[in-house]
Design a protein around this ligand. Structure first.
Ligand SMILES: Nc1ncnc2c1ncn2[C@@H]1O[C@H](COP(=O)(O)OP(=O)(O)OP(=O)(O)O)[C@@H](O)[C@H]1O
Ligand SMILES: [Mg+2]
Length: 331
């Protein structure tokens, strides 16, 4: 039996807003089996980052309400104190963010910032933690790592800062790496290099990955399975090949059609009209229906739509599932 390094069950998150407590993540369940890479995709505002911050225990305790279960390497983390959670962060689960520069301190050398993580989590000596930092900088492909470890973040390019972030995340060999749009801010070539590096690290360090992105093309390259999120809910989850060949949710179909065409860089084949509504405007019924080309009045707006488990480890949230011929990218 494969164990799950991450198992989220029935996660809901609410925030206080000017309209009162508002739910932004609604009954999300998600698993990352050991050794796998799972993609979490969806447009801006669908709740991907909030889900991952919940998994990291990084939501403000008084500024949010979290319910459900989040198990990391078998251990329940919902309800742990900040102190207990900070032991788990770094050693069991780490995260890299979209904007590496904002997460690095401008006042310390990159080597010090990596070494500090080793000292904090493993109580290593100054000398051995510095050696580990240099080793890790080398592993993430920073040339001349010993010398560069003494440089400050402003002396690094964006792509190099992202590598430093990855070094910080990986230095204590976590079981799970959560990568939240780690390549979005990078140019195409640097993005490719980062993806390859993460693949290499996954194999070498035996780390499982939750890869968050709005780009299904990236998911196809990196991931074994995928969960598609829309307006705070999982609308489809499946193996990556099945999603591409035979999407079952109209939103997945729309995302597939929006994958940038590599032959015509920067252009999109099509995009889904409209945008994810604000959380306080999410309807009780299917949340995607307003933008869905397959929506039928009286059917899709008739009531809440549950996530149906299908055979072969698939799940889909669509009342019209089974009636629709959706377009995948298969032959
Ligand atoms: N601290 C907060 N207080 C109130 N609302 C919040 C807070 N953090 C996030 N939200 C709201 O929760 C929703 C989901 O946000 P989230 O950042 O998870 O989206 P996302 O899927 O990561 O989008 P993106 O692709 O833009 O990163 C959004 O409507 C956002 O405005
Ligand atoms: Mg986000």
């Amino acid at each position: 039996m494969t164990t799950d390094v991450l198992r989220i069950e029935n996660l809901s998150v609410e925030f206080p807003t000017e309209r009162g407590w508002t739910q932004v993540v609604d009954d999300v369940s998600l698993r990352v089996p050991a050794g796998s890479a799972v993609g979490l995709v969806g447009e801006s505002g669908s709740g991907k980052t909030v889900t991952s911050l919940a998994a990291m225990g990084l939501l403000p305790p008084r500024g949010s309400r979290v319910s459900g279960s989040i198990r990391i390497a078998g251990r329940e983390t919902v309800g742990l104190s900040e102190r207990e959670m900070s032991d788990i962060r770094g050693t069991d689960v780490s995260m890299v963010f979209q904007e590496p520069r904002r997460s690095l301190s401008p006042a310390f050398t990159v080597g010090d910032q990596i070494a500090e993580v080793v000292r904090r989590h493993e109580g290593a000596s100054k000398k051995s933690s510095v050696a580990r930092a240099i080793e890790m900088l080398d592993a993430v492909g920073i040339p001349d790592a010993a010398r560069r470890s003494q440089a400050y973040p402003h002396e690094f390019s964006g792509g190099m800062c992202q590598r430093v972030m990855l070094a910080i995340a990986m230095v204590c060999r976590p079981k799970l790496l959560i990568a939240d749009e780690p390549t979005t801010a990078l140019d195409v070539t640097v993005q490719r290099e980062m993806l390859r590096l993460m693949k290499d690290l996954q194999a070498e360090y035996d780390v499982s990955i939750l890869f968050i992105t709005h780009d299904l093309g990236v998911v196809a390259e990196m991931c074994d399975s995928v969960a598609v999120m829309y307006a705070g809910q999982i609308v489809e989850s499946t193996r990556i090949d099945d999603l591409f060949d035979d999407p079952r949710h109209p939103y997945s179909e729309g995302l597939l059609a929006a994958i940038p065409d590599p032959r015509a860089r920067g252009t999109r084949l099509s995009s889904i009209p409209g945008a994810v509504p604000a959380p306080w405007d999410w309807p009780e019924t299917c949340r995607f229906q307003e933008r869905c080309r397959h929506a039928v009045a009286g059917v899709c707006d008739a009531g809440p739509v549950g996530l149906e488990r299908l055979a072969a480890g698939r799940a889909v949230r669509c009342v019209r599932d089974g009636e629709l011929e959706l377009r995948g990218l298969g032959a």
